[in-house]
Design a protein around this ligand. Structure first.
Ligand code: SF4
Length: 584
């Protein structure tokens, strides 16, 4: 890498001693570029084996990549931690201004350890870290208010990002998130709860550093090529116009959309909550992560009348996308857009992972329907499919649980189902609640085998849609494809590129791009690096107790129609056994 690139600087912060130091970790960046590759190494170094995720010594790691601030769509920050939700690898990515602010502040990674006695937030500017009292921000019902306070109190010059948790993180709900720039999230696997365990309410970071490239002419040519591809590609136009929400209609049509806890894979009443319909009737504006010409983030305006004046409305912007419409809409039987936006809004305010919350609400509804739990378990709330008001009350009570059942729900659907039954329809994979793709066996093998148990690890759903509906692949062929895709994605998340740009940033282009920052890796070498990073993640998972044979698979996936008709126990078991023989 280039000698004067501050990417190799890692900021180490100790919340207990209120101290910080910076170390040059060129060794890590020259080997793994940045982002996920470097963060995984730091996690293996800094996280003591077998530690409680809420122990002060459990680290939080943020890392960005060499392309951050240099090329379009290199917008992501990787967060790594031990997940309080699954007990093994915690990894989550967010955009907004998070990555560019860390890079411009002069760091490639930040490691946060220790815990404070009193709530605080970190203020990181001009090479200094200040530990600021956040006692008055702790416990505020709406997570956006502490962010507003931090925004007003902190320096605003340069590129600035604000990270914060809501009451869910403060109360250690294991699937709470960290929000950045109001509409972007480190959503999955409970980073918010790890913040909460350290009494860390948030972080503000800014900087104005410049980044040099070693060949300005070649840089301009490559930049223009990427920019053109991003602005002229039909896929990116789709993300800009309707966003990922465009997939609701398509998945519903092919019977791949989970409805009412996946009792069904399509619904006749989704017309008002398709991406097209919400865009037509409710879209207020689109916004973008820093340095992205696509602007795929869609905001709807939610209008709610005040109690005492029917002509006077409170108007709030609510961010929506495919995963939110699925998890807080079709999965719980909500087909009215205003009700959907109201539920999204409360989930946003308390700061939890929307996918996990939606899956848990759906499971609770089925448990209640089947009389496996009582109204007392639900603290007096009578729930039925599609009842947004009841779900809004339940979200508030799960975050501050008043019954043993709700307390169990604050630890995820796998934990709750182990205590109360209903495992056969508890829609989790590797203890992580499912994303909205009942597309076929590759999608489920993707959830089960992905290092984060996320649909984004390897995009198994697209193998179902592209390959399995047309041809017969064996389970081992599917797993080979998943592993290859996951290796490629390790490189994208190490240079910190948004996965929506994966059609633009192939390994050859990444190789050309990082060369301008002083890294010399061929596309073949990058692929090998991606495989190594993936195995490093599995090294951490295994160290912390993950075992393929312990994976619980809800029977429901075998019962509900899917577009391939190929989801069988035999297929899934063979796939897992083959992956185990390669990774274990
Ligand atoms: S495509 Fe969307 S998520 Fe990706 S960088 Fe652009 S605005 Fe952010």
């Amino acid at each position: 890498m280039m000698l004067n690139d501050s990417l190799s600087k890692v900021l180490y912060i100790d919340l207990t001693k209120k101290k910080f130091e910076t170390k040059d970790r060129r060794d890590l960046f020259e080997k793994y570029l940045g982002g996920t590759g470097v963060a995984t190494e730091l996690l293996l170094e800094e996280c003591p084996e077998g530690i409680d995720p809420f122990h002060p010594d459990a680290p939080i790691i943020f890392a960005v990549g060499p392309l951050t601030g240099v090329f379009p769509l290199a917008s992501k920050t990787t967060a790594m931690f031990k997940s309080p939700h699954t007990g093994d690898l915690g990894e989550s990515h967010a955009g907004g201004r998070s990555a560019i602010a860390i890079r411009m502040a002069g760091y490639g990674a930040i490691v946060i350890k220790g815990a404070s006695e009193l709530p605080l937030y970190l203020s990181i500017h001009d090479g200094k870290v200040q530990f600021k009292n956040a006692t008055t921000l702790w416990g505020m019902k709406d997570g956006s208010i502490p962010a507003r306070v931090m925004r007003q109190k902190e320096k605003g010059d340069g590129l600035r990002a604000i990270f914060r948790i809501g009451t869910a993180g403060e109360n250690l709900v294991t699937y709470s998130n960290v929000t950045t720039e109001t509409y972007r999230h480190f959503g999955r696997l409970g980073l918010g709860a790890v913040f909460g365990s350290k009494k860390l309410k948030g972080m503000v970071i800014s900087g104005k550093k410049a980044i040099e490239v070693n060949d300005k002419k070649a840089y301009r040519v490559l930049y223009d090529h990427i920019y053109k591809a991003a602005t002229e590609s039909p896929v990116m136009k789709k993300y800009h116009d309707v966003g990922t929400a465009i997939n609701i209609k398509a998945l519903n049509f092919v019977k791949a959309l989970p409805v009412k806890n996946l009792q069904f894979s399509s619904s006749e009443s989704i017309e008002m909550v398709t991406g097209e319909s919400i865009a037509q009737h409710h879209l207020a504006r689109r916004v973008a992560c820093a340095h992205c010409p696509v602007a795929c983030i869609h905001l709807a305006f939610l209008r709610e009348p005040y109690d005492d004046d029917p002509y006077f409305y409170k108007t709030s912007p609510v961010c929506y996308d495919f995963e939110l419409i699925y998890s807080l809409g079709t999965m719980v039987g909500i087909d009215d857009p205003t009700n959907l936006l109201k539920l999204i809004d409360i989930v946003e305010q308390v700061g939890v992972d929307a996918m996990s919350m939606g899956v848990i609400l759906a499971w609770m509804t089925e448990m209640y329907d089947r009389k496996k739990i009582t109204i007392e378990d639900l603290d007096g709330i009578d729930i039925k499919w599609g009842d947004a008001d009841a779900y809004i009350e339940l979200v508030k009570r799960i975050v501050k649980p008043s019954t043993s059942f709700l307390k169990a729900c604050a630890r995820g659907v796998d934990y709750a189902a182990n205590q109360y039954g209903g495992k056969e329809f508890a829609m989790q994979f590797g203890k992580n609640e499912m994303a909205g793709y009942h597309t076929g066996p590759a999608g489920y093998l993707g959830f089960l085998l992905g290092a984060r148990h996320s649909h984004l690890d390897n995009g198994g759903y697209s193998i179902d849609q592209k390959d399995l509906v047309k041809i017969d692949l064996t389970p081992s062929q599917v797993v080979d494809k998943l592993l290859e895709e996951e290796a490629i994605r390790q490189i994208l998340s190490s240079v910190a590129v948004c996965f929506f740009a994966r059609g633009i940033y192939d390994l050859k282009l990444v190789s050309d791009a990082v060369k301008l920052l002083g890294f010399d890796f061929s596309d073949e070498q990058l692929l090998e690096m991606g495989k190594k990073i993936h195995l490093n993640k599995y090294k951490f998972k295994m160290r912390e107790g993950f075992r393929f044979e312990k994976l619980d698979i809800p029977e429901r996936i075998y019962e509900t129609n899917d577009p391939t008709g190929k989801i069988t126990k035999k297929f899934i078991t063979e796939g897992i056994n083959y992956a185990k023989s390669l990774i274990d």
